[in-house]
Write a protein of this length. Structure first.
Length: 511
């Protein structure tokens, strides 16, 4: 019996694409891990390096500002330099910055290392996603590749909590930095030897310097505004000033991009209905997820008395759910149903898991409530993340793949900053109100401690209710805005100005 020939989409593909996926996924895991792995190590690092309570937040904020502010620039550099070169440079730089952080002997060195990690992460993350987008062009293969990538993007933060707990408890906080070095070296060597970037995908236009400055300052002001709101309050003059400044800078940025010959962010990337829907719904979903990571970590450690390692393992059901949702549900259904019929139900399933967590109490059973809630959250987010990651770069002009990928990361980064600040503020207000109402009745030390814990849990539950609403809104946006059909054909990213509207299609031959 003669062998059925592969579709043209697969015949023209890089034969080493699945090996390339291993190294791309490894790099993505390293970047996502770093968003949470340092959080657990922070108390130990603060004590060793003599960082004040007031400056402690900058260990997290320095990374977030550099990463969030430079993402669009990093995406454009990937389009200009070439994605493979940017990817390898990002890995080497991230490893060097991690070594600097692990060897830090004081506050300044630590904060500088974190800012450098964020800057090189902003090069690395868009390059990784755009490499994936231009390497896997066949619909079925793309579904598998993005299923793996989506599971890592969604579950990596929870893995960071486990690894951070292990390293801090059994080795030293410095290993939460040093652990990045072998990841980066293996990924860089593998990428150099295996990855072959498709020809003709570079954007050699001159760099839009005004766009770089305006977008970087605007995004830094936005991320820092939400970070400051968490500590100083929403009515603080500095917080309001940052939000106003960000709105002005980003508004001028959009006007500039509409007029310059070679924009940093071509507006066609944003105005595509489906990509716009992905960026918005994904950013909102991340708001809910980041707030939950924060609350559950505190609940398990402070209220339930879990150790860092136990806390990390307590997040395992969510990781399992994300892997199953992404690699089994999302991957199997992505070529059979329209993306919105995966994303909207996925976000609603996650919202159902979040709804269960609004019932948290001081004595809540982990197995009875937290475990099933996490499984639902993981399944829902994994199912939704996978088509979202693929759709965000599908059909985009190859020359714009880097900056389109950067927008995915930007929506997640800004969503994370908003989620941490907004939901934490809501929780703190609800806790304060609860304590004001109940503190007078607690007359013994044991009763006072119980009221304190009940106040904390009351605050978490109040914020989680908001997270439920945000996930419902995310599902609604995905269902209404995203209107592309199921990918019945093998899809190759087009080239040229009209690529967004005229995606080249070739028939897929069923095997």
């Amino acid at each position: 019996m003669s062998k059925i020939p592969e579709s043209p989409a697969i015949q023209g593909a890089d034969p080493g694409r699945w090996k390339a996926l291993v190294f791309i996924a490894l790099a993505q895991l390293m970047v996502v891990l770093d968003a949470t792995i340092v959080n657990i190590a922070l108390p130990s690092a603060q004590q060793d390096l003599g960082i004040s309570d007031g400056n402690r937040q900058w260990v997290i904020t320095a990374y977030a500002l550099a990463f969030g502010g430079l993402l669009l620039f990093g995406g454009r550099i990937a389009d200009l330099w070439g994605r493979k070169r940017t990817f390898v440079v990002g890995l080497i730089g991230f490893a060097a910055a991690s070594a600097l952080g692990g060897a830090a002997n004081g506050e300044a060195m630590m904060l500088g290392a974190r800012a450098l990690q964020g800057a090189f992460g902003a090069l690395l993350a868009p390059a990784a996603l755009s490499l994936l987008a231009v390497t896997f062009t066949d619909a079925k293969e793309r579904a598998k590749a993005f299923g793996i990538y989506g599971a890592i993007a969604g579950g990596g933060g929870a893995v960071g909590l486990i690894l951070g707990g292990f390293l801090t408890e059994y080795l030293n906080w410095r290993w939460t930095f040093f652990v990045n070095i072998p990841f980066a070296i293996v990924a860089a060597v593998g990428a150099y030897l295996v990855i072959r970037e498709p020809a003709g995908g570079r954007n050699r236009s001159s760099l839009d310097i005004p766009g770089v400055i305006l977008s970087t300052l605007g995004l830094v002001a936005l991320v820092y505004g939400f970070t400051r709101a968490e500590s100083e309050g929403w009515s603080d003059a500095g917080t309001i000033g940052l939000f106003v400044g960000s709105a002005v800078l980003l508004g001028v940025f959009v006007l500039t991009e509409a007029r310059v010959k070679s924009p940093l962010l071509p507006l066609r990337v944003l105005t595509d209905r489906n990509r716009g829907g992905v960026y918005l719904s994904l950013g909102l979903a991340v708001i809910a997820m980041f707030g939950l990571f924060l609350f559950l970590t505190y609940y398990l450690q402070v209220v339930k008395g879990y150790s860092p390692v136990m806390t990390g393992f307590a997040f395992l059901p969510m990781i399992v759910g994300m892997i199953v949702g992404s690699t089994q549900i999302g991957t199997r259904l992505m070529t059979r149903v329209p993306p919105r019929l995966l994303m909207a139900p996925g976000f609603l399933t996650a919202g159902l898991g979040m709804l269960l967590l609004t019932q948290l109490e001081v004595g809540t059973s982990y197995a009875g409530l937290i475990l099933p809630a996490q499984l639902l959250l993981g399944l829902g987010m994994g199912t939704a993340f996978m088509p979202a990651m693929s759709l965000a770069t599908l059909g985009v002009d190859p020359r714009d793949a880097g900056v389109a990928s950067a927008m995915v990361n930007t929506s997640q980064q800004v969503g994370g900053a908003i989620g941490t600040a907004l939901l934490n503020t809501i929780a703190a207000s609800a806790t304060t109100a609860y304590l004001a109402d109940h503190a007078a009745g607690a007359t013994t030390p044991a009763a006072q401690k119980l009221v304190q814990l009940q106040g904390m849990v009351e605050g978490y539950a109040a914020a989680i209710w908001w997270a439920v609403g945000i996930l419902v809104l995310s599902a609604t946006i995905a269902f209404v805005l995203i209107n592309t059909g199921k990918p019945e054909t093998g899809v190759v990213a087009g080239s040229g100005e009209g690529a967004d509207d005229e995606v080249m299609k070739v028939p897929v031959i069923a095997h």
